[in-house]
Design a protein around this ligand. Structure first.
Ligand SMILES: [Fe+2]
Ligand SMILES: [Fe+2]
Length: 333
């Protein structure tokens, strides 16, 4: 435990606390520190729920991102880190589902961004592509949480989990709008095409729902929380920092929700549920570690200043988070 960085240790403690608090058929008043009876959340107390994690960020050091390239790439070489993603993936079958980018400006209208100066054209282009990819994935996360809410209802989950799922979906809309706005700032003013959802919802058993939650949430959002924190630790650009600060805080709560749910599912289901959770986590980890890395020649100082990790660093951060957070949490489910 002593070799685990403070940030991962703090996240592990928070998630373990959430897992242990979700016991039996009883609901827990501490399921969301900022929750109130009317379903609203008090900002200050919600922040208090992750204060230890926030405090630990002060200890986070710049890891010396010395790898020589591959800022976030897609196989087509058009920018945007393939995996690991910092978003909750929207899985339809074994495939990640997201909309495409389209020419529209309603999703990028937020005034989160001041002009970015001093970037070379290639770096600005890749920053735009990468934030656009994030935006489309955040947009897809809205669907993932909408479906998760329906799944929760279908298995009789407690109200606290439903509240968290609904709030998380709203968080994801905000994340998507902010990322679209940042993409526009770097040169690509876009929004999403219609998202195909016709085949995304069908009757599922508790074990199947738990497996999806394990993949999308326990792995996807836990790594998302860690990666967003890593981005927040390196960003110096004020606009990108503002966006990342919110995303990083929200993704911790989303990860917490996922672990709470799978714990609840394991406690309320048969042995197949626990098996499915492990299967889902194993599948998500395998996919993450199989991620392709590509190298691109950009201004690395600017890349980092604008809050972007390289593919290599992202993968290393994810690998550590799997060992130091995901697997220990799984042992407590
Ligand atoms: Fe998000
Ligand atoms: Fe999320």
């Amino acid at each position: 435990m002593s070799t685990v960085p403070a940030t991962n240790r703090a996240l592990l403690m928070l998630l373990c606390s959430a897992i242990s608090a979700c016991s039996g058929g009883t609901t827990t008043s501490s399921i969301e520190p900022g929750a109130t009876l009317d379903g609203s959340a008090d900002a200050s107390s919600t922040e208090g729920g992750t204060s230890e994690l926030d405090a630990s960020m002060a200890l986070a050091t710049d890891a010396g991102d010395t790898d020589s390239g591959c800022p976030n790439s897609r196989p087509d070489g058009d920018g945007g880190c393939l995996p690991p993603s910092v978003r909750r993936p929207f899985l339809v079958g074994a495939s990640l589902r997201a909309a495409e980018a389209s020419e529209r400006d309603d999703w990028s209208a937020l005034s989160v961004a001041t002009a970015a100066h001093g970037l070379d054209a290639k770096t600005a282009h890749l920053l735009a592509e990468t934030w656009l990819k994030d935006a489309l994935e955040e947009h897809a996360s809205v669907a993932a949480f909408a479906r998760f809410t329906m799944h929760l209802l279908s298995v009789g989950a407690p109200p606290e989990l439903l509240l968290m799922a609904q709030r998380a979906g709203i968080d994801e809309i905000a994340h998507a709008r902010a990322c679209f706005a940042l993409a526009a700032r770097y040169g690509k003013r876009r929004g999403p095409t219609p998202l195909r959802v016709h085949d995304a919802m069908s009757a599922r058993s508790l074990a199947q729902i738990a497996q999806i939650a394990a993949e999308e949430g326990c792995v996807g959002e836990t790594l998302g929380a860690v990666l967003a924190r890593e981005q927040l630790a390196i960003v110096t650009d004020a606009s990108a920092r503002k966006v990342l600060r919110k995303i990083a805080a929200d993704e911790v709560r989303h990860a917490e929700l996922s672990w709470r749910f799978v714990r609840w599912a394991v406690q309320h289901g048969d042995r197949e549920v626990a098996t499915s959770v492990r299967r889902g986590i194993a599948r998500a980890i395998k996919g993450t570690l199989a991620a392709e890395e590509r190298r691109y020649d950009v201004d690395h100082a600017a890349w980092r200043a604008h809050g972007r990790l390289t593919c290599h660093t992202s993968k290393e951060v994810a690998r550590r988070a799997i060992d130091e957070v995901v697997m220990p949490c799984l042992e407590r489910v």
